[in-house]
Ligand binder design. Sequence first.
Ligand code: DOR
Length: 441
Amino acid sequence: MALTFDLVLRGGVLVNHDGAGARDVGVRAGRIEAIGDLSDASAGEVVDCAGLHVLPGVIDSQVHFREPGLTHKEDLETGSRAAVLGGVTAVFEMPNTNPLTTSAEALADKVRRGHHRMHCDFAFWVGGTHENARDVPELERLPGSAGIKVFMGSSTGSLLVEDDPGVAAILAQTRRRAAFHAEDEYRLEERKHLRVKGDPRSHPVWRDEITALQCTQRLVRVARAHRAKIHVLHVSTGDEMDFLKDHKDVASVEVTPHHLSLDASLYATLGAKLQMNPPVRDLEHQKRIWRGLDQGIADILGSDHAPHTLEEKAKPYPESPSGMPGVQTLVPLMLDHVHAGRLTLARFVDLSSAGPARLFGIAGKGRIAVGYDADFTIVDLKRVETIRDSWIASRCGWTPYDGRRVTGWPVGTIVRGARVMWDGEIATPARGEAVRFQDAL
Ligand code: DOR
Protein backbone atom coordinates (compact mmCIF):
# COMPACT_ATOMS: atom_id res chain seq x y z
CA MET A 1 0.00 0.00 0.00
CA ALA A 2 1.32 3.42 -0.94
CA LEU A 3 2.39 5.62 1.95
CA THR A 4 0.34 8.78 2.48
CA PHE A 5 1.66 12.10 3.76
CA ASP A 6 0.39 15.63 4.22
CA LEU A 7 3.39 16.94 2.36
CA VAL A 8 6.21 15.46 0.33
CA LEU A 9 9.34 17.37 -0.69
CA ARG A 10 10.36 15.54 -3.84
CA GLY A 11 13.58 15.42 -5.79
CA GLY A 12 15.77 17.75 -3.72
CA VAL A 13 19.20 17.24 -2.21
CA LEU A 14 18.84 16.90 1.55
CA VAL A 15 21.62 18.44 3.63
CA ASN A 16 22.33 17.74 7.26
CA HIS A 17 25.33 18.87 9.30
CA ASP A 18 27.02 15.59 8.37
CA GLY A 19 26.59 15.68 4.61
CA ALA A 20 24.17 15.64 1.69
CA GLY A 21 22.22 13.16 -0.43
CA ALA A 22 19.35 13.05 -2.93
CA ARG A 23 16.33 12.01 -0.87
CA ASP A 24 12.64 12.84 -0.58
CA VAL A 25 11.02 13.84 2.72
CA GLY A 26 7.52 12.90 3.87
CA VAL A 27 5.73 15.04 6.46
CA ARG A 28 2.69 14.20 8.55
CA ALA A 29 1.08 16.40 11.22
CA GLY A 30 3.95 18.87 11.10
CA ARG A 31 6.69 16.33 11.71
CA ILE A 32 9.12 14.44 9.51
CA GLU A 33 7.70 10.96 9.00
CA ALA A 34 9.96 9.42 6.35
CA ILE A 35 13.18 10.10 4.45
CA GLY A 36 14.18 8.25 1.28
CA ASP A 37 12.72 7.41 -2.11
CA LEU A 38 9.08 8.42 -1.78
CA SER A 39 8.28 8.50 -5.49
CA ASP A 40 5.33 6.10 -4.98
CA ALA A 41 3.88 7.94 -1.98
CA SER A 42 0.72 9.98 -2.18
CA ALA A 43 0.47 13.34 -0.49
CA GLY A 44 -1.92 16.23 0.05
CA GLU A 45 0.78 18.53 -1.27
CA VAL A 46 3.90 17.74 -3.25
CA VAL A 47 6.65 20.33 -3.52
CA ASP A 48 8.95 19.83 -6.48
CA CYS A 49 12.47 20.40 -5.14
CA ALA A 50 14.35 19.31 -8.28
CA GLY A 51 17.50 21.38 -8.56
CA LEU A 52 17.12 22.66 -4.99
CA HIS A 53 18.80 21.87 -1.67
CA VAL A 54 16.65 21.15 1.37
CA LEU A 55 18.29 22.28 4.61
CA PRO A 56 17.03 21.91 8.19
CA GLY A 57 15.19 25.11 9.14
CA VAL A 58 17.60 27.95 9.89
CA ILE A 59 17.46 29.09 13.53
CA ASP A 60 18.56 32.68 14.20
CA SER A 61 19.19 32.86 17.94
CA GLN A 62 19.83 36.61 18.09
CA VAL A 63 17.23 39.08 16.79
CA HIS A 64 15.75 42.31 18.15
CA PHE A 65 12.09 42.63 17.07
CA ARG A 66 11.32 45.71 19.24
CA GLU A 67 7.84 44.75 20.50
CA PRO A 68 6.56 45.99 22.87
CA GLY A 69 7.55 49.63 23.05
CA LEU A 70 9.67 50.37 19.98
CA THR A 71 7.31 49.26 17.26
CA HIS A 72 8.07 52.22 15.02
CA LYS A 73 11.27 50.26 14.22
CA GLU A 74 9.85 46.71 14.03
CA ASP A 75 7.28 44.41 15.58
CA LEU A 76 6.93 40.67 16.00
CA GLU A 77 4.88 40.37 12.79
CA THR A 78 7.15 42.44 10.55
CA GLY A 79 10.35 41.00 12.01
CA SER A 80 9.17 37.43 11.58
CA ARG A 81 7.90 38.22 8.06
CA ALA A 82 11.45 39.34 7.25
CA ALA A 83 12.75 36.13 8.84
CA VAL A 84 10.70 33.73 6.72
CA LEU A 85 11.26 35.74 3.53
CA GLY A 86 14.95 35.18 4.24
CA GLY A 87 14.56 31.44 4.89
CA VAL A 88 14.64 31.55 8.71
CA THR A 89 12.23 29.17 10.48
CA ALA A 90 12.80 30.09 14.15
CA VAL A 91 14.17 33.09 16.04
CA PHE A 92 15.25 33.84 19.60
CA GLU A 93 14.33 37.45 20.33
CA MET A 94 16.22 39.82 22.63
CA PRO A 95 14.97 41.41 25.90
CA ASN A 96 15.82 45.12 25.32
CA THR A 97 12.25 46.08 24.50
CA ASN A 98 10.06 48.46 26.52
CA PRO A 99 9.14 47.18 29.02
CA LEU A 100 12.28 45.09 29.27
CA THR A 101 11.77 41.31 29.23
CA THR A 102 12.99 40.78 32.78
CA SER A 103 9.99 39.16 34.46
CA ALA A 104 7.67 36.19 33.98
CA GLU A 105 4.84 38.60 33.11
CA ALA A 106 6.82 40.41 30.42
CA LEU A 107 7.87 37.08 28.91
CA ALA A 108 4.31 35.70 28.94
CA ASP A 109 3.13 38.91 27.25
CA LYS A 110 5.65 38.42 24.41
CA VAL A 111 4.70 34.75 24.00
CA ARG A 112 1.02 35.75 23.77
CA ARG A 113 1.82 38.46 21.22
CA GLY A 114 3.91 36.08 19.11
CA HIS A 115 1.59 33.05 19.10
CA HIS A 116 0.09 32.64 15.61
CA ARG A 117 1.01 36.24 14.81
CA MET A 118 4.66 35.55 14.10
CA HIS A 119 5.40 33.76 10.84
CA CYS A 120 8.20 31.63 12.30
CA ASP A 121 8.62 29.80 15.59
CA PHE A 122 10.14 31.77 18.44
CA ALA A 123 11.65 31.94 21.90
CA PHE A 124 12.47 35.04 23.93
CA TRP A 125 15.64 35.75 25.89
CA VAL A 126 14.99 37.05 29.41
CA GLY A 127 17.25 39.92 30.48
CA GLY A 128 19.40 39.11 33.50
CA THR A 129 19.67 42.03 35.96
CA HIS A 130 20.98 42.75 39.45
CA GLU A 131 17.38 42.63 40.63
CA ASN A 132 16.12 39.36 39.11
CA ALA A 133 19.24 37.16 39.61
CA ARG A 134 17.50 35.09 42.29
CA ASP A 135 14.57 34.35 39.94
CA VAL A 136 16.81 33.01 37.17
CA PRO A 137 16.07 29.28 37.76
CA GLU A 138 12.39 29.95 37.14
CA LEU A 139 12.81 32.56 34.38
CA GLU A 140 15.10 30.49 32.19
CA ARG A 141 12.71 27.56 32.00
CA LEU A 142 9.35 29.25 31.52
CA PRO A 143 7.41 28.41 28.33
CA GLY A 144 8.93 30.37 25.45
CA SER A 145 12.08 31.33 27.38
CA ALA A 146 15.34 30.89 25.46
CA GLY A 147 17.34 31.47 28.66
CA ILE A 148 19.09 34.47 30.18
CA LYS A 149 20.78 37.27 28.20
CA VAL A 150 23.11 39.74 29.92
CA PHE A 151 24.48 43.03 28.60
CA MET A 152 27.87 43.63 30.29
CA GLY A 153 28.36 46.79 28.20
CA SER A 154 25.56 49.23 27.50
CA SER A 155 23.99 49.23 24.09
CA THR A 156 20.45 50.03 22.89
CA GLY A 157 18.15 50.14 25.96
CA SER A 158 18.92 50.18 29.66
CA LEU A 159 19.86 46.55 30.42
CA LEU A 160 23.26 46.42 32.09
CA VAL A 161 25.18 44.18 34.49
CA GLU A 162 28.65 45.66 34.23
CA ASP A 163 30.27 44.18 37.34
CA ASP A 164 31.73 40.73 38.04
CA PRO A 165 29.71 40.20 41.26
CA GLY A 166 26.52 40.98 39.32
CA VAL A 167 27.46 38.48 36.59
CA ALA A 168 28.44 35.95 39.25
CA ALA A 169 25.07 36.29 41.00
CA ILE A 170 23.36 35.36 37.72
CA LEU A 171 25.75 32.56 36.74
CA ALA A 172 25.43 31.03 40.21
CA GLN A 173 21.77 30.42 39.32
CA THR A 174 21.79 29.39 35.64
CA ARG A 175 21.44 25.81 34.47
CA ARG A 176 20.91 26.77 30.84
CA ARG A 177 23.64 28.38 28.74
CA ALA A 178 23.32 32.14 29.34
CA ALA A 179 24.14 34.56 26.51
CA PHE A 180 26.39 37.60 26.95
CA HIS A 181 27.06 40.88 25.21
CA ALA A 182 30.71 41.22 26.25
CA GLU A 183 32.02 44.78 26.02
CA ASP A 184 33.68 46.20 29.14
CA GLU A 185 31.46 49.01 30.44
CA TYR A 186 34.21 50.61 32.56
CA ARG A 187 36.50 50.94 29.53
CA LEU A 188 33.61 52.24 27.41
CA GLU A 189 32.97 54.97 30.00
CA GLU A 190 36.68 55.92 30.16
CA ARG A 191 36.96 56.20 26.39
CA LYS A 192 33.75 58.08 25.57
CA HIS A 193 35.81 61.17 24.70
CA LEU A 194 37.22 59.31 21.69
CA ARG A 195 33.88 59.53 19.89
CA VAL A 196 34.14 62.16 17.17
CA LYS A 197 30.93 64.09 16.61
CA GLY A 198 29.53 63.34 13.17
CA ASP A 199 32.11 60.61 12.42
CA PRO A 200 31.01 56.98 12.90
CA ARG A 201 34.54 55.88 11.93
CA SER A 202 35.40 56.69 15.55
CA HIS A 203 32.92 54.04 16.77
CA PRO A 204 35.41 51.11 16.60
CA VAL A 205 38.09 53.40 18.07
CA TRP A 206 35.90 54.06 21.12
CA ARG A 207 34.64 50.46 21.43
CA ASP A 208 38.05 48.96 20.61
CA GLU A 209 39.22 45.36 20.54
CA ILE A 210 40.52 45.55 24.13
CA THR A 211 37.02 46.55 25.27
CA ALA A 212 35.72 43.29 23.82
CA LEU A 213 38.61 41.02 24.82
CA GLN A 214 38.87 42.32 28.40
CA CYS A 215 35.17 41.73 29.02
CA THR A 216 35.20 38.27 27.44
CA GLN A 217 38.16 37.33 29.66
CA ARG A 218 36.37 38.59 32.79
CA LEU A 219 33.24 36.70 31.78
CA VAL A 220 35.08 33.40 31.24
CA ARG A 221 36.79 33.76 34.64
CA VAL A 222 33.46 34.22 36.41
CA ALA A 223 31.85 31.37 34.44
CA ARG A 224 34.67 29.01 35.39
CA ALA A 225 34.40 29.96 39.07
CA HIS A 226 30.69 29.06 38.96
CA ARG A 227 31.00 26.08 36.61
CA ALA A 228 28.48 27.77 34.36
CA LYS A 229 27.99 27.41 30.61
CA ILE A 230 28.12 30.70 28.72
CA HIS A 231 27.50 31.85 25.16
CA VAL A 232 29.55 34.77 23.84
CA LEU A 233 27.42 36.68 21.37
CA HIS A 234 28.74 38.40 18.22
CA VAL A 235 32.50 37.84 18.59
CA SER A 236 34.02 40.75 16.68
CA THR A 237 37.78 40.39 17.17
CA GLY A 238 40.50 37.93 16.27
CA ASP A 239 41.86 38.37 19.81
CA GLU A 240 38.67 36.95 21.35
CA MET A 241 38.83 33.99 18.94
CA ASP A 242 42.42 33.30 20.03
CA PHE A 243 41.38 33.49 23.67
CA LEU A 244 38.14 31.50 23.36
CA LYS A 245 39.76 28.53 21.61
CA ASP A 246 41.18 27.58 25.02
CA HIS A 247 37.84 27.91 26.80
CA LYS A 248 35.42 25.96 24.63
CA ASP A 249 34.56 23.71 27.57
CA VAL A 250 32.60 26.58 29.17
CA ALA A 251 32.08 29.05 26.33
CA SER A 252 30.26 28.77 23.03
CA VAL A 253 30.83 31.31 20.29
CA GLU A 254 28.49 33.20 17.97
CA VAL A 255 29.65 34.98 14.82
CA THR A 256 27.50 37.29 12.71
CA PRO A 257 27.13 37.72 8.96
CA HIS A 258 28.02 41.42 9.28
CA HIS A 259 31.34 40.79 11.02
CA LEU A 260 32.07 38.20 8.30
CA SER A 261 30.88 40.27 5.33
CA LEU A 262 31.52 43.96 6.12
CA ASP A 263 34.60 45.86 7.22
CA ALA A 264 35.59 49.28 8.52
CA SER A 265 36.40 50.70 5.06
CA LEU A 266 32.62 50.85 4.50
CA TYR A 267 32.08 53.58 7.13
CA ALA A 268 33.05 55.96 4.29
CA THR A 269 29.99 55.00 2.21
CA LEU A 270 27.53 53.56 4.75
CA GLY A 271 28.22 55.99 7.61
CA ALA A 272 26.07 55.29 10.66
CA LYS A 273 24.27 52.44 8.85
CA LEU A 274 27.41 50.43 9.64
CA GLN A 275 27.34 51.47 13.31
CA MET A 276 26.82 48.39 15.45
CA ASN A 277 27.77 47.10 18.91
CA PRO A 278 30.26 45.49 18.98
CA PRO A 279 31.57 47.41 15.97
CA VAL A 280 32.38 46.23 12.49
CA ARG A 281 36.21 46.37 12.47
CA ASP A 282 39.04 46.23 9.94
CA LEU A 283 39.67 43.45 7.42
CA GLU A 284 42.32 41.84 9.59
CA HIS A 285 39.72 41.06 12.27
CA GLN A 286 37.28 39.88 9.62
CA LYS A 287 39.94 37.44 8.36
CA ARG A 288 40.63 36.16 11.85
CA ILE A 289 36.91 35.64 12.54
CA TRP A 290 36.73 33.58 9.34
CA ARG A 291 39.71 31.61 10.58
CA GLY A 292 37.89 31.01 13.87
CA LEU A 293 34.91 29.74 11.90
CA ASP A 294 37.15 27.55 9.77
CA GLN A 295 38.88 26.10 12.82
CA GLY A 296 35.58 25.15 14.46
CA ILE A 297 35.88 27.74 17.25
CA ALA A 298 32.64 29.40 16.13
CA ASP A 299 29.62 27.33 17.10
CA ILE A 300 26.76 29.23 15.56
CA LEU A 301 25.68 32.17 13.42
CA GLY A 302 23.26 34.83 14.67
CA SER A 303 22.16 37.86 12.69
CA ASP A 304 21.82 40.29 15.64
CA HIS A 305 19.01 41.83 13.55
CA ALA A 306 18.76 45.28 15.21
CA PRO A 307 16.64 47.63 13.09
CA HIS A 308 16.54 51.40 13.51
CA THR A 309 14.75 53.82 11.19
CA LEU A 310 16.65 55.82 8.57
CA GLU A 311 15.65 59.01 10.42
CA GLU A 312 17.27 57.70 13.59
CA LYS A 313 20.37 56.61 11.68
CA ALA A 314 20.60 60.08 10.08
CA LYS A 315 21.26 61.74 13.45
CA PRO A 316 24.87 62.91 13.81
CA TYR A 317 27.14 60.29 15.42
CA PRO A 318 27.09 59.42 18.36
CA GLU A 319 23.41 60.31 18.61
CA SER A 320 22.79 57.78 15.83
CA PRO A 321 21.73 54.43 17.37
CA SER A 322 23.79 51.26 16.94
CA GLY A 323 22.33 48.34 15.04
CA MET A 324 21.41 47.16 11.56
CA PRO A 325 18.80 44.75 10.18
CA GLY A 326 20.05 41.26 9.27
CA VAL A 327 17.53 38.45 9.77
CA GLN A 328 16.41 38.49 6.11
CA THR A 329 19.91 38.60 4.63
CA LEU A 330 21.60 35.93 6.79
CA VAL A 331 20.86 33.01 4.46
CA PRO A 332 21.58 34.78 1.13
CA LEU A 333 24.88 36.21 2.41
CA MET A 334 26.07 32.93 3.87
CA LEU A 335 25.05 30.98 0.73
CA ASP A 336 27.12 33.47 -1.24
CA HIS A 337 30.05 32.71 1.06
CA VAL A 338 29.40 28.99 0.39
CA HIS A 339 29.44 29.73 -3.34
CA ALA A 340 32.77 31.56 -2.93
CA GLY A 341 34.20 28.50 -1.14
CA ARG A 342 34.61 30.16 2.27
CA LEU A 343 32.64 27.41 4.03
CA THR A 344 30.81 24.24 3.04
CA LEU A 345 27.05 23.94 2.93
CA ALA A 346 27.24 21.28 5.69
CA ARG A 347 29.21 23.72 7.89
CA PHE A 348 26.54 26.35 7.27
CA VAL A 349 23.90 23.86 8.44
CA ASP A 350 26.04 23.09 11.49
CA LEU A 351 26.25 26.82 12.32
CA SER A 352 22.61 27.68 11.73
CA SER A 353 20.57 24.59 12.63
CA ALA A 354 22.44 21.77 14.37
CA GLY A 355 24.59 24.24 16.35
CA PRO A 356 21.76 26.22 18.02
CA ALA A 357 19.86 22.99 18.76
CA ARG A 358 22.96 21.53 20.45
CA LEU A 359 23.93 24.63 22.44
CA PHE A 360 20.51 25.56 23.72
CA GLY A 361 18.91 22.11 24.00
CA ILE A 362 16.11 22.80 21.53
CA ALA A 363 13.63 19.91 21.32
CA GLY A 364 12.83 18.49 17.88
CA LYS A 365 14.57 21.03 15.67
CA GLY A 366 17.98 21.50 14.06
CA ARG A 367 18.24 18.47 11.80
CA ILE A 368 16.34 16.60 9.15
CA ALA A 369 15.45 13.42 11.00
CA VAL A 370 12.33 11.32 11.42
CA GLY A 371 10.35 12.53 14.44
CA TYR A 372 11.72 16.07 14.21
CA ASP A 373 9.68 19.16 13.36
CA ALA A 374 9.23 19.57 9.61
CA ASP A 375 11.15 22.87 9.42
CA PHE A 376 13.03 23.39 6.17
CA THR A 377 14.98 26.13 4.45
CA ILE A 378 14.88 25.33 0.74
CA VAL A 379 17.58 27.02 -1.27
CA ASP A 380 18.68 27.45 -4.87
CA LEU A 381 22.48 27.48 -4.74
CA LYS A 382 22.77 28.73 -8.33
CA ARG A 383 20.30 31.59 -8.25
CA VAL A 384 21.95 34.99 -8.66
CA GLU A 385 20.09 37.89 -7.04
CA THR A 386 20.83 41.44 -6.04
CA ILE A 387 19.85 42.35 -2.47
CA ARG A 388 17.79 45.54 -2.50
CA ASP A 389 16.26 47.83 0.15
CA SER A 390 12.93 47.25 -1.64
CA TRP A 391 13.09 43.51 -0.77
CA ILE A 392 13.47 44.21 2.97
CA ALA A 393 10.30 43.45 4.95
CA SER A 394 11.61 44.87 8.22
CA ARG A 395 9.77 48.03 9.19
CA CYS A 396 13.09 49.91 9.01
CA GLY A 397 13.06 49.36 5.22
CA TRP A 398 16.80 49.28 4.53
CA THR A 399 19.79 46.96 4.53
CA PRO A 400 23.54 47.65 4.56
CA TYR A 401 23.77 45.14 1.69
CA ASP A 402 21.63 47.15 -0.79
CA GLY A 403 23.11 46.52 -4.25
CA ARG A 404 25.15 43.43 -3.27
CA ARG A 405 24.95 40.57 -5.78
CA VAL A 406 24.82 37.12 -4.26
CA THR A 407 24.81 33.59 -5.63
CA GLY A 408 22.48 31.38 -3.60
CA TRP A 409 18.97 32.26 -2.50
CA PRO A 410 16.24 30.95 -0.14
CA VAL A 411 13.24 29.97 -2.28
CA GLY A 412 11.11 28.26 0.37
CA THR A 413 10.54 28.34 4.12
CA ILE A 414 8.57 25.51 5.72
CA VAL A 415 7.60 25.68 9.39
CA ARG A 416 6.20 22.50 10.99
CA GLY A 417 5.00 21.25 7.62
CA ALA A 418 3.43 24.48 6.36
CA ARG A 419 4.86 26.33 3.39
CA VAL A 420 5.07 29.82 4.93
CA MET A 421 7.19 31.34 2.15
CA TRP A 422 7.53 30.29 -1.43
CA ASP A 423 9.46 32.21 -4.08
CA GLY A 424 9.40 35.49 -2.20
CA GLU A 425 5.73 35.42 -1.21
CA ILE A 426 4.16 34.75 2.19
CA ALA A 427 2.13 31.61 1.47
CA THR A 428 0.33 30.77 4.75
CA PRO A 429 -1.31 32.85 7.51
CA ALA A 430 1.06 33.32 10.47
CA ARG A 431 1.24 30.22 12.68
CA GLY A 432 4.41 30.71 14.74
CA GLU A 433 4.60 28.92 18.08
CA ALA A 434 7.01 28.79 20.98
CA VAL A 435 10.13 26.64 20.51
CA ARG A 436 10.34 23.80 23.05
CA PHE A 437 13.44 23.04 25.08
CA GLN A 438 14.53 19.61 26.28
CA ASP A 439 14.87 20.60 29.94
CA ALA A 440 11.38 22.12 30.09
CA LEU A 441 9.27 19.53 28.28
O1 DOR B 1 24.31 47.40 17.78
C1 DOR B 1 23.53 46.87 18.57
N1 DOR B 1 22.22 47.13 18.55
N2 DOR B 1 24.01 46.02 19.49
C2 DOR B 1 23.25 45.58 20.51
O2 DOR B 1 23.76 44.87 21.34
C3 DOR B 1 21.85 46.00 20.63
C4 DOR B 1 21.31 46.35 19.33
C5 DOR B 1 19.97 47.05 19.41
O3 DOR B 1 19.11 46.58 20.12
O4 DOR B 1 19.80 48.06 18.74
